[in-house]
Structures are given as structure tokens and as C-alpha cells.
Design a protein around this ligand. Structure first.
Ligand code: ZN
Ligand code: ZN
Ligand code: ZN
Ligand code: ZN
Length: 318
């Protein structure tokens, strides 16, 4: 396949924004109330959040009502402290407050009034994970929500194609569909043992070659990335990443072999998951080739990588 100009190394998927306080806001510590935490959460709660619901119907309705009051009218996420309000009492989350000059509900000029009572109510509630729309059923307290969401297994996947222009993100089951419909230059080859042919590997500049290998009922993204490290110094990273979770990827092994001019080079490792960003990827244990190795193994400027993907035995005998 033909090379493609590569995005800069510093590119990484966006991360969640941290909470920011307006400059003149009172950020002092508040006294704990005597309200029993577990009374409102119900008996099935735990410090790590709950995914089941066994409250009495009336308590559940009250709790759901209180949770709904804390939905930001602008971004629809649940408000975390500091919760801000307009002079007429309409609530807004602190991120949206920082972007607006007038109340989104009644249009009065926004001030920096904090609603401490609603923050206390919120501290006794559990909220749905923000990835609920992708299938997460966890409900979490203020204390656990942010750290869970950063690591939630339902958080959306970013498009793994090395193109800074593609901003697609979505559920894992839709990644391959997105890939074949949007990045039509990327071919898919079926089989556990295939040849990944990268053409014009000596072409100047940072380049990448990408294809998909389908086998064992799964899709694997094969890529060769040429990274320019300085004047005349370049490295090639050959990688196999699974369109799957990190747990799924651990079930497989892949083998890359290069053969040319009476020389053989073999590399065996476990595929990574596409969960891992490009930055992690260049630092990870992928096959790294320098310019002279690539020259030794390429023929007419083309590098043929033989890729074999097999199920890992992981110590299980059958
Ligand atoms: Zn908001
Ligand atoms: Zn208002
Ligand atoms: Zn979640
Ligand atoms: Zn894409």
C-alpha cells in the first residue's frame, strides 16, 4: 500500500477537562452535614459505585428527582462542585458558567454566586456515569465519578487511524464500520498469515502505512510508522493493534517476520489495544527498525512484513 503523510508526534486524543473555579469564587472547605450518606443511596451502595438498584420505589423517585435537578441546562452533564447560579437561582455547571455572560434560562447577567446547599445535596447522591449512553450502568458519588469515568470501559474509542483530521469517536462495535466507510484507502485482508506490503519506504518525510487484518473473528490494525527523529535520523515502528479492549488483545500473539537477501528477522509480541494513544504507542514495545535495517530488508523500495496472528495459549492447555 501507498504511504500517507503522518500527523505530528505530539498528537494525542483529548482528555477530560479538569474542573476550573471562577477567580472570585469562595473555594473554602464546607462542614459535613449530619445526614447519613447511606440513607439516601440505598442499601446496595458501595464506595466504588453501584450498578444495581434495590431502593424502595418512592426513595428511588426522590433520588432521581434530586439527580435531575443537578443536570446542567447547557451541557446536560451532572453538576459537580462548585455549582454556580444566576441571581434568580437557575443553576449552571462551573465549566459552562466560565463560557457564558448571561443566564441561559432567564438571560440576566451572570454573577459568581455559588449554591452551597445544592452542592451538599449532590454530595449525598449517586450519579450515572457520563458514558451511560455507551452502556455503562455504574452510578457514582462525587468522590468516585471522575476517576471512574477516566477509566470507564464504556468510554468512547477514538478513531485509531493516524490522521489528525479524523475526530470520530464512538463505541467499540462501531470502530471497524467507521474505518471501512471513512478511510476507504485502508484495505482489509482476511487470514491469520498475510503479507503487509509497505511501498516506497525510503520516501522522504514522516509517513505511515496502515491496513487491517481480519482473523479469529476479530480485526487487527497493522501499521508501519516512519518517525523523523532529527537530521537524517529516522525510525520505523511496526505495530499490531487490536480493534478490541486491552483484555481482548491479551488473548492473542502476533509474529512479524522479514525475509530478504538471505537474512531473517522475527519479532513476536502481544497486540496492543487501539485504546492506547499514538504517544503511548511510540514509547511501547513495538518492533523498531532503523533506516539501515529497512534498507537491508526492502526490495525496490518496498518492505514486505509477514504477519501471523494466533490465539495465545496463556498457560491454558486443552
Ligand atoms: Zn454545563
Ligand atoms: Zn437565570
Ligand atoms: Zn462508566
Ligand atoms: Zn477515522
Amino acid at each position: 500500500m501507498q504511504p500517507r503523510r503522518q500527523r505530528p508526534n505530539t498528537d494525542a486524543p483529548p482528555t477530560a477537562n479538569a474542573l476550573t473555579l471562577p477567580k472570585d469564587t469562595n473555594s473554602g472547605q464546607e462542614m459535613e452535614t449530619s445526614l447519613d450518606h447511606h440513607q439516601m443511596e440505598g442499601s446496595c451502595s458501595s464506595s466504588g459505585g453501584v450498578s444495581i438498584d434495590c431502593d424502595k420505589p418512592a426513595e428511588t423517585a426522590t433520588r432521581e428527582f434530586l439527580v435531575s435537578l443537578l443536570e446542567c441546562p447547557v451541557c446536560f452533564s451532572y453538576m459537580m462542585p462548585p455549582i454556580m447560579q444566576c441571581s434568580r437561582g437557575h443553576l449552571i455547571c462551573s465549566q459552562c458558567r466560565n463560557k457564558l455572560n448571561v443566564c441561559p434560562v432567564c438571560r440576566v447577567p451572570m454573577t459568581n454566586i455559588r449554591n452551597l446547599a445544592m452542592e451538599k445535596v449532590g454530595s449525598k447522591l449517586i450519579f450515572p456515569c457520563k458514558h451511560a449512553c455507551y452502556g455503562c450502568r455504574m452510578r457514582l458519588s462525587y468522590a468516585d465519578k471522575k476517576s471512574h469515568e477516566e477509566d470507564c470501559e464504556f468510554r468512547p474509542y477514538f478513531c485509531p487511524y493516524p490522521d489528525e483530521k479524523c475526530v470520530w469517536q464512538g463505541a467499540l462495535k462501531d470502530v471497524y464500520k467507521h474505518f471501512v466507510s471513512t478511510h476507504q484507502n485502508v484495505i482489509t485482508m482476511e487470514g491469520t498469515d498475510i503479507i503487509f506490503l509497505a511501498t516506497n519506504v525510503n520516501q522522504v518525510g514522516a509517513l505511515d502505512w496502515t491496513m487491517i487484518q481480519s482473523c479469529h473473528g476479530r480485526h487487527f490494525l497493522l501499521s508501519l510508522e516512519k518517525v523523523q527523529l532529527g537530521e537524517g535520523c529516522q525510525q520505523y515502528f511496526a505495530a499490531c493493534r487490536m480493534i478490541g479492549t486491552m483484555r481482548d488483545a491479551a488473548d492473542f500473539d502476533y509474529l512479524i517476520s522479514l525475509e530478504a537477501n538471505n537474512r531473517t528477522l522475527k519479532w513476536q509480541s502481544k497486540p496492543r489495544s487501539i485504546r492506547e494513544s499514538f504517544v503511548t504507542y511510540t514509547n511501547a514495545d513495538f518492533l523498531v527498525l532503523n533506516k539501515s535495517t529497512v534498507e537491508l530488508f526492502s526490495e525496490d523500495g518496498n518492505l514486505a512484513l509477514n504477519i501471523i496472528i494466533k490465539k495465545a495459549d496463556n498457560g491454558v492447555q486443552d
